[in-house]
Ligand binder design. Structure first.
Ligand code: CDP
Length: 231
């Protein structure tokens, strides 16, 4: 952060699937008037494109070709409901949350070439500061100099329950058991991969969101940001 300029604050939020990252990061960004980047949406958008064009999720060369032809845009989130990402000019917010994408995305995220290119775009977006970015490797790899680093967790049961309610609201069929299994598999792939695995940065503040409302967590993070801004 540039001295005494809260508008240039850089906030990194990481954590496993369903910990509440996107909801909370978006609310924090809106409250502080900062830009919001959902990096998971980038991995998901590329996965969606691979699925619709018939590119295998392990095919590094094919994925890189797709990436070279893809345009990501991040509309300024004026309200919590605005789309997190446009892929080739199209709002794909709903499509990237489909279970088919969730099942494949961590395979795409294993490919080092893909990670390198997406991290480059993420850093470009963060240049100049004034940003809240969420993902798996933001505090450790993408923005290690972030002013505030948060690692959000919640029990597997709670995370699966949240995702279940979310899918039910959207009218998408799924059972709680299926979701629990999918989330546990994705966490394992994310934690065990060699390239930028999911882990808390040594200087991250860990917050367990189990049993707390998003508003309560947002208030806690805003406090941390204010403290950092005063230093
Ligand atoms: O919303 P949810 O927590 O389920 O996941 P997401 O943030 O949309 O991320 C989807 C997947 O993308 C993760 O499970 C990771 O495999 C991958 N990802 C990543 O590897 N690095 C990031 N910075 C963000 C997401």
């Amino acid at each position: 952060m540039r001295k005494n300029n809260p508008n240039s604050l850089v906030v990194a939020i990481d954590g496993p699937a369903g910990a509440g990252k996107s909801t909370i990061a978006k609310m924090v960004a809106a409250k502080l008037g900062l830009k919001y980047i959902d990096t998971g949406a980038m991995y998901r958008a590329l996965t969606l494109k691979a699925l619709t064009t018939g590119i295998d999720c392990d095919d590094a060369a094919g994925l890189m070709e797709l990436l070279a032809q893809s345009k990501f845009e991040f509309p300024v989130a004026n309200n919590v409901g605005s789309p997190a990402i446009l892929l080739d000019g199209r709002d794909v917010s709903a499509l990237i949350r489909l279970p088919e994408v969730s099942q494949k995305v961590s395979r795409v995220a294993l490919v080092p070439e893909v990670r390198r290119e997406l991290v480059r775009i993420q850093r470009e977006q963060a240049a100049g500061g004034g940003i809240v970015m969420d993902g798996r490797d933001i505090g450790t790899v993408v923005l290690p100099e972030a002013d505030v680093k948060i690692f959000l967790t919640a029990s597997l049961e709670e995370r699966a329950r949240r995702r279940y309610i979310e899918l039910q609201r959207k009218g998408l069929p799924a059972t709680l058991e299926q979701i629990k299994k999918e989330i546990a598999e994705r966490d394992k792939l994310d934690q065990e991969r060699k390239d930028s695995p999911l882990q808390a940065a040594s200087d991250a503040i860990c917050i367990d969101t189990t049993g707390f409302s998003p508003e309560e967590i947002v208030t806690q993070i805003i406090h941390l940001c204010a403290e950092r801004g005063e230093r």
